[in-house]
Design a protein around this ligand. Structure first.
Ligand code: SAH
Ligand code: SF4
Length: 383
């Protein structure tokens, strides 16, 4: 039987490097007490850590030399031992619909994708949690690529900070935070490459800094974590982070879900939905999102819709119907438009909101389930 390894052994085996090629430690991703301990280790007083923290998270500074209120010798010492830099840009693609996809290289050369989706009332940044994925959902292209490694807390945060750099979101020196233009990145979704709950510790550390008012200041109500259903970490995430939850459901019964999402054999629907029901703070105003990819003749019949309604009846939720995005040699096709509309109206008639997700950035392969594919293909072509 399929048995994904435990999250703990996973964390060790696929650990992210914390140092760059020059052996410098990333300061981004350390908690304030950790950063204070680092400074104290060099004989520096506590308030220096606060200053550095402010430069990093409130001003977006990527060079210790620009931290004007630090003594010169201290800046030199920090530059030698630590880094506050960003990943490097490999490619940027802009879709005709305004979506931007960045392929970024980490300090060790591993690459991940980040997608910015502007809408009229918000700007959503879709970030990655792992390079590749250990899970093998059959409809997902990321799932055909073996997990290379977890991303560290710094690498998760750097994706958001990178987007702020490009979109010009950091307040200028002498400009008060409240004088600054509105933010472009208002919402974060952990829906890029990887299974965030298989990298829970690093994701949690990064999200705590992201939510911290003194950190990146993005509230938990504007962060959504999407998971294929790693039950123990859903519970932990509810207790510790309580960000919005999205569940990749994709099938209304164990038999079908087990076939297309092997993780269902470890955490079947009953357990999964119990964890969801008990997720703290769920209410009709704060609902869980179920993602449901529309696969032609696989999970899209009227009977499937009725089964889904019975399954979700007592959970405050909405069902996001995602038209299947094909990738080279994918084993499925997307359901027809009329089928999707029919499926949606059955759910709506049962008073379950069922918006059809607009496909964004498809011309640049930035849509759900397509991430990483193009970059792998390009690499193969270069070889
Ligand atoms: N690993 C997490 C986060 C990825 S989120 C998870 O599975 O939830 C990406 C979303 O896109 C998930 O709901 C995933 O199931 C969905 N998806 C994957 N492949 C897809 C495809 N080819 N077309 C449309 N959606 C897809
Ligand atoms: Fe991994 Fe999510 Fe893709 Fe499944 S859908 S293979 S969990 S990224």
């Amino acid at each position: 039987m399929y048995a994904p390894m435990s999250v703990t052994s996973h964390a060790t085996k696929f650990a992210a490097p914390r140092t760059d090629a020059a052996g410098r430690i990333a300061l981004i991703g350390l908690t304030l007490p950790e950063m204070t301990a680092v400074m104290e280790g060099h004989g520096l007083p506590k308030f220096r850590a606060k200053q550095v923290w402010h430069w990093i998270y409130n001003r977006g500074v990527t060079d210790f030399e620009a931290m004007g209120n630090l003594p010169k010798d201290m800046r030199a010492l920090l530059t030698e031992k630590y880094s506050v830099e960003r990943p490097t840009l490999v490619t940027e693609q802009r879709s005709t619909d305004g979506t931007i996809k960045w392929l970024l290289a980490m300090a060790d050369g591993q690459q991940i994708e980040v997608v910015f989706i502007p809408e009229t009332d918000r700007g959503t940044l879709c970030i990655s949690s792992q390079v590749g994925c250990t899970l093998t959902c059959r409809f997902c292209h990321t799932g055909t690529q073996p997990l290379v490694r977890n991303l560290g807390p710094h690498e998760i945060l750097q994706q958001i900070m990178y987007a702020r750099d490009v979109l010009g979101e950091w307040p200028k020196v002498n400009e008060k935070a409240d004088q600054h233009k509105g933010r472009d990145v208002t919402n974060i979704v952990l829906m890029g490459m990887g299974e965030p709950l298989y990298n829970y510790d690093n994701v949690a550390k990064a999200m705590k800094i992201c939510m911290d008012e003194e950190g990146l200041g993005i509230s938990k109500r504007r962060i959504t974590l999407s998971t294929s259903g790693v039950v123990p970490q859903i519970i932990q995430c509810g207790e510790e982070l309580n960000v919005n939850l999205a569940i990749s459901l994709h099938a209304p019964n164990d038999e079908l879900r087990g076939e297309i999402m092997p993780i269902n054999n470890k955490y079947p629907l009953k357990e999964l939905l119990n964890a969801v029901r008990n997720y703290p703070g769920l209410s009709t105003v704060r609902r869980v999102t179920f993602e449901y990819v529309m696969l032609k003749d696989i999970n899209d019949s009227d009977d499937h819709a009725r089964e889904l309604i019975r399954l979700l009846r007592d959970i405050p939720c909405k069902v996001n119907l995602i038209p299947f995005n094909p990738w080279p040699n994918s084993p499925y096709e997307c359901s027809d438009r009329t089928r999707i509309t029919m499926f949606a109206s059955l759910l709506e008639n049962a008073e379950i909101d069922a918006p059809v997700r607009k496909t964004r950035g498809q011309d640049i392969l930035a849509a759900c389930g397509q991430l990483k594919s193009e970059s792998v293909r390009q690499k193969t072509q270069q070889q």
